[in-house]
Design a binder for this molecule. Structure first.
Ligand SMILES: *Cc1c(COP(=O)(O)O)cnc(C)c1O
Length: 380
């Protein structure tokens, strides 16, 4: 039988038309009409002060690190249960990631444990909206405000999800989103930095343009184009932006389709949860999620590892994640933990991610559900 892949990048069918238009425009470097179109879409849909298209969410976090003036000795509070880029963007500037445990329900940064991680060197908090389910942002924003720290949202998974009706990525001073092939809206590799604190917008434009005032020059605001600040080459080409614009046009349709798959899994596993054979994702009522991913928690690490093996033997490409950053070689070298991280250690050993993509055929969803039932009924 054919394998059920973990992910299949969704293609709208309009991508080639948009790329042809970009070629006809005779501008292939960044910051052309398609870049502007994508940025306007982000500003409209995420309600941020300004948006900058970049080559990845990793690059967006690196840009955020530059804009926050992160330097040697600074401390950045973040979960250990996340992708490496959350930490690396700050480690690259000489900062120390300070890992805090996650909540057992949403698997997001535990807002109750953030304050004990503060020191005089704390510069920023980086909440990660795992699975497109929002962190408890009211508490995080209030704490950051009281302690004078910046909030940089890692909203890589959070595009078009919301917290109390406010879009993820629009809540912190800065937000980073990803258009990697595994994310809901994609350009293969891609991302955006969302600027919500308008005081950071002008500098963000300069950092984005390799530390030059090129954009101001292009608008006729300055008469010389020159090096004015730190920066790097963050812009994607117009070809990438053209591809992305086709995906943005269908973002709602993509989201709807993913939500349908998510809901099918969720309904199918209700009885298994009632029998305590697994635990399903928890979405607090103030959060609207975007069906970025579906996971189940099995009772033990052994059960998870056995299920993973048996599902893959049945052609179902389920995966695990994350290896907690605090227990990885680089995490141990560059970071430190603030208190014990029992939930992180426990959950990362029991989590099973299931195949999910836009327009996933119903038959493939049914196969995954049947395989999970079979594997769990045999006792693991
Ligand atoms: C995908 C992801 C990233 C990295 O995104 P890229 O666009 O691949 O750089 C960062 N953080 C989280 C939480 C992610 O899921």
């Amino acid at each position: 039988m054919e394998r059920v892949p973990f992910n299949l990048p969704y293609v709208t069918g309009r991508e080639c038309d948009r790329i042809r238009e970009a070629i006809a425009n005779r501008q292939l470097s960044g910051n052309g009409p398609f870049t502007a179109m994508c940025q306007a879409w982000l500003q409209r849909r995420v309600a941020c002060a300004s948006a900058f298209l970049v080559q990845s969410c990793t690059a967006a976090l690196e840009m955020a690190s530059l804009l926050a003036d992160v330097g040697a000795g600074d401390e950045i509070i973040m979960p250990s249960f996340t992708f490496v880029s959350t930490a690396n963007a700050f480690v690259a500037r000489g900062a120390t990631p300070v890992f805090v445990d996650i909540r057992p329900d949403t698997l997001n940064l535990d807002e109750q444990q953030i304050e004990q991680a503060f020191t005089p060197r704390t510069k920023a908090i980086v909440p990660v909206h795992y699975a497109g389910v929002a962190c408890e942002m009211d508490a995080i924003l209030a704490l950051a405000d009281r302690r004078g720290a910046m909030v940089i949202e890692d909203a890589a998974q959070g595009l078009l999800a919301s917290y109390k009706t406010r879009p993820l990525g629009s809540l912190g001073h800065l937000g980073a989103v990803s258009f990697h092939e595994t994310k809901n809206v994609s350009s293969g590799e891609g991302g955006a930095l969302l600027v919500n604190d308008p005081r950071l917008s002008a500098r963000a434009e300069i950092v984005w343009q390799k530390g030059t005032n090129r954009s101001q020059f292009a608008r006729g605001e300055v008469d010389k184009y020159t090096w004015v600040d730190v920066g790097s080459s963050f812009l994607p080409s117009e070809i990438t932006a053209a591809f992305l614009s086709a995906q943005m046009e269908q973002a709602d349709e993509i989201g709807q389709s993913r939500l349908e798959v998510w809901a099918r899994y969720h309904q199918a596993f209700a009885d298994l949860e009632a029998e305590r054979r697994l635990r399903r994702p928890v979405v607090p009522h103030e959060c609207t999620h975007n069906a970025h991913l579906y996971y189940v928690l099995l009772p033990t690490r052994r059960a998870r590892d056995a299920a993973l093996e048996r599902l893959n033997a049945r052609g179902i490409n389920a995966i695990f994640h994350y290896v907690p950053l605090h227990s990885s070689p680089a995490g141990r070298r560059y970071g430190r933990t603030a208190g014990a991280l029992p939930v992180t250690d426990d959950v990362s050993g029991r989590l099973l991610r299931l195949p999910l993509w836009a327009k996933m055929p119903g038959e493939a969803v049914a196969r995954v559900i049947a395989a999970i039932r079979e594997v769990l009924s045999k006792g693991i």
